[in-house]
Each structure stands twice: as structure tokens, then as C-alpha cells.
Design a protein around this ligand. Structure first.
Ligand code: ACO
Length: 354
């Protein structure tokens, strides 16, 4: 049954070999591989290559891809200038969008490698801190956190972050990926497709949902206040971000994994509050509305435990999802078809102009 608040819900508009979803069972697969297995046994770099190439790479091919990514991490001067000019005033997703616009004929590898540098360079500049240069000896996620915080993360934090990146890397024809495919379908290049995707991701109904969910948890303040606050919010007709999904009618499989990671990080940090508020909110929303969490419910607390500021949650999502966007743009370009659906006209019938 189509979801009533989602336009084009249930309408199949493309054939794709990249990602499959079982919305009733809550199963998500990239190229036929279950994300639960990828989250257990893969890395972000490897998962990105699986998305782009369609197969699990041999060790040598993976090593070559890792080396390629590390070589591409440095910001081109024009991109760095664009970020520095905007760092004081523009919102994070505006900066990410503009920074990507400066890249000419970008490749998937260049975009995957550069986005962490874009996000962290921007963040440190706006905080008045010196940006941290990428470190070629570090993995994608170690380097991402090192460039953000200025110190090398411990193994547990780097792995938690890496799993979050794996889980956000791809999700079939979500709004941003559809936007990327529409642009790629016109024959425009990958840079243009990814800029469109970033713009689509910036809205709270899509990528901005975990930031909005965290804002609610901050308002709630403690787990014991959650049931009342949530019931009142629902009575006021508020939309609760991090709940419900355009596709899933079951527990979002990414949320299962992020919930576990959030709990583990909260125990290790001896700081149970964010996990406890999120869980209490989840329980009340299920009792009241029967709604399940989506990926954005627990990703906020995971990132919070890793020291990521709320307004960088969506840029992190973009940094990860660029692998999926690129795979879809390449697939669409291979098909060489423009996407042009039709609308049902509900306006005035033919009439005289004057
Ligand atoms: N908060 C409050 N109520 C909700 C929510 C929510 N997040 N989601 C659904 N509902 C309500 C609906 O209004 C409906 O109520 P009703 O029967 O009293 O009219 C009922 O729950 C059942 O809704 P569905 O038919 O399952 O879903 P619907 O099509 O209404 O909404 C949507 C789907 C738009 C995704 C919605 O769940 C939502 O806005 N969620 C929050 C946004 C979010 O977290 N987005 C990020 C993940 S999805 C992505 O990235 C694209």
C-alpha cells in the first residue's frame, strides 16, 4: 500500500541493480549483500567499491582504491577558497553544495575522498581552528574523525563511525538519489548530479531528520520526561523526526544496528542520557502510534557520542551517501534516458486570456 504522505510512493520509475529493500521484513541489501553483514565485516571504502563496481573487490583492487582515495583527499585551491569565503556565514549544507560545485568533471573516487575534507575544513574554519591536513596513513573514518577533532580517534570510535558511514551509503530511490538520477539522465556530469542530490538531502524530511530528532531530545532533556513530552507533541500534531519511513513498515534495519552502537557508546562513555532519551521516545511513539524508528533516530546519538556537532549530521550523511549517488548517476548515464514523468492537470479549463 502506498504511503499517503509520500508522492510517487510505490511507483517504480527505474530498473536498478544497486540496492534492494524489503519494506515489510526490514531488509536492506547493497548489490545483494545484506547491510547487517557489511556492517559486521566490511569497511566504508570496501562498501563504496561494492556499490560502484557491483562485486566484493579482491584484496589488491581494494588496496588500489584505498590508495587512490588517500591521494585525492587534499582540497583543490578553488574548493578551499570557496569554503573559506563562506565558513563564517553559510549553513553547512550550503557550503558542501558550493564546494562540490567547484569540482570539474569529478569522479566517484574524488567525491568520496574529498567530502570529509570539505566538511571538516569548513567546521574548523568556522570555529576559528586551523584545519587538519588529511593523513594518508589513516583509514577513511580514522582520517575523517582526526580532521574533525584534531586528534586520532581510538579504534572503537573509528569503527562506530565507519559502520554509520556504511549504513548511510545507499538507499535505492530516496529523494536525493532520485534527484541525482534526474540530473544524470539529462546527460549532465557527475558533479551536477551530486550537487542536486546534496540540495535534496538538505531538507528535514530527508537528511535533516537526525538533526531535528536530536533537537527534540535536547528539548526533552531526560528519559523520564520523554513519555509526557512525546504524547503532548503528538497531540499537537507534531511530526516526530526519526520515525516512520517512505518505504519501511517494519523496523528500519539500519536503526537496529545504530541502536546497538548508540547503547555501546553510551555505556563506554558512562553517559547514558542520549541513548536513554532516544529509547524512551521510541517506546512511547510505538505505544501511541505504532511507528518504528528510521535510520535517523539513533544516528544522532551515535554522532553525539563521537563528538560531532548537530549541524554536521547532514553533511556526514552526504559524505557517506555520495557513494550511492555516484553509483546511481553512473547507472543512469549508462541507460542514456532522460527522466520525464507526467502530471495530472487539475487547474482551470481552457479560457479566454482577456
Ligand atoms: N511523526 C508523527 N506522526 C507520524 C509520523 C511521524 N514521523 N510518521 C507517520 N505518522 C503518522 C501519519 O500521520 C499517520 O497518522 P494518521 O493515520 O493518524 O493520519 C500514521 O502515522 C501512519 O503513517 P504512514 O502512512 O505509515 O506514513 P506517512 O505516509 O503518513 O508518513 C513519512 C511517512 C512522510 C516518511 C513520515 O513518517 C515522516 O515524515 N517521518 C519523519 C521524517 C523523517 O524522519 N525522515 C527521515 C527518514 S526518511 C528519508 O530520509 C526520506
Amino acid at each position: 500500500m502506498p504511503k499517503k504522505s509520500v508522492q510517487l510512493s510505490g511507483v517504480v520509475v527505474a530498473e536498478s541493480a544497486i540496492c534492494s529493500i524489503d519494506p515489510d521484513e526490514g531488509v536492506l541489501m547493497y548489490r545483494g549483500y545484506d547491510i547487517a553483514e557489511l556492517a559486521e565485516r566490511s569497511t566504508y571504502e570496501e562498501t563504496a567499491l561494492v556499490l560502484l563496481d557491483g562485486e566484493v573487490p579482491e584484496a589488491e583492487a581494494l588496496e588500489a582504491f584505498r590508495r587512490e582515495l588517500t591521494k585525492l583527499r587534499e582540497l583543490p585551491a578553488e574548493t578551499e577558497g570557496a569554503i573559506d569565503r563562506q565558513a563564517g556565514q553559510a549553513a553547512p549544507m550550503e557550503v558542501v553544495r558550493t564546494a562540490v560545485s567547484t569540482l570539474r568533471e569529478a569522479t566517484p573516487a574524488q567525491l568520496i575522498a574529498l567530502l570529509p575534507t570539505v566538511v571538516t575544513h569548513y567546521h574548523r574554519r568556522r570555529e576559528g581552528l586551523e584545519p587538519v591536513a588529511p593523513d594518508a596513513s589513516l583509514s577513511y573514518s580514522e582520517n575523517f574523525l582526526a580532521m574533525l577533532h584534531g586528534s586520532r580517534p581510538n579504534e572503537r570510535d573509528a569503527r562506530a563511525f565507519d559502520v554509520a558511514m556504511i549504513l548511510h551509503a545507499e538507499h535505492e530511490l530516496n529523494a536525493s538519489t532520485f534527484a541525482a538520477r534526474v540530473v544524470a539522465g539529462t546527460g549532465a556530469d557527475l558533479t551536477a548530479a551530486v550537487v542536486a542530490a546534496i540540495a535534496a538531502l538538505s531538507g528535514p524530511l530527508h537528511g535533516g531528520a537526525n538533526e531535528a530528532a536530536m533537537a527534540l531530545f535536547e528539548r526533552i532533556g531526560s528519559a523520564d520526561r520523554a513519555p509526557r513530552e512525546v504524547r503532548e507533541a503528538l497531540q499537537r500534531g507534531e511530526r516526530l523526526y526519526g520515525f516512520g519511513h517512505p518505504l519501511y513498515r517494519a523496523y528500519d534495519p539500519r536503526a537496529v544496528i545504530l541502536k546497538r552502537i548508540s547503547r555501546e557508546l553510551s555505556e563506554d562513555a558512562g553517559e547514558p542520557n542520549w541513548y536513554a532519551i532516544t529509547e524512551a521516545t521510541e517506546r512511547t511513539v510505538f505505544e501511541e502510534k505504532g511507528l518504528y524508528p528510521n535510520v535517523d533516530l539513533y544516528s544522532g546519538s551515535v554522532y553525539r557520542y563521537l563528538g560531532v556537532p548537530n549541524d554536521l549530521f547532514t553533511p556526514l550523511f552526504a559524505a557517506s551517501r555520495v557513494a550511492g549517488w555516484s553509483a546511481h548517476a553512473v547507472e543512469q548515464q549508462g541507460d542514456n534516458k532522460i527522466i520525464r514523468p507526467s502530471a495530472e492537470y487539475v487547474g482551470e479549463p481552457r479560457r479566454e486570456f482577456r
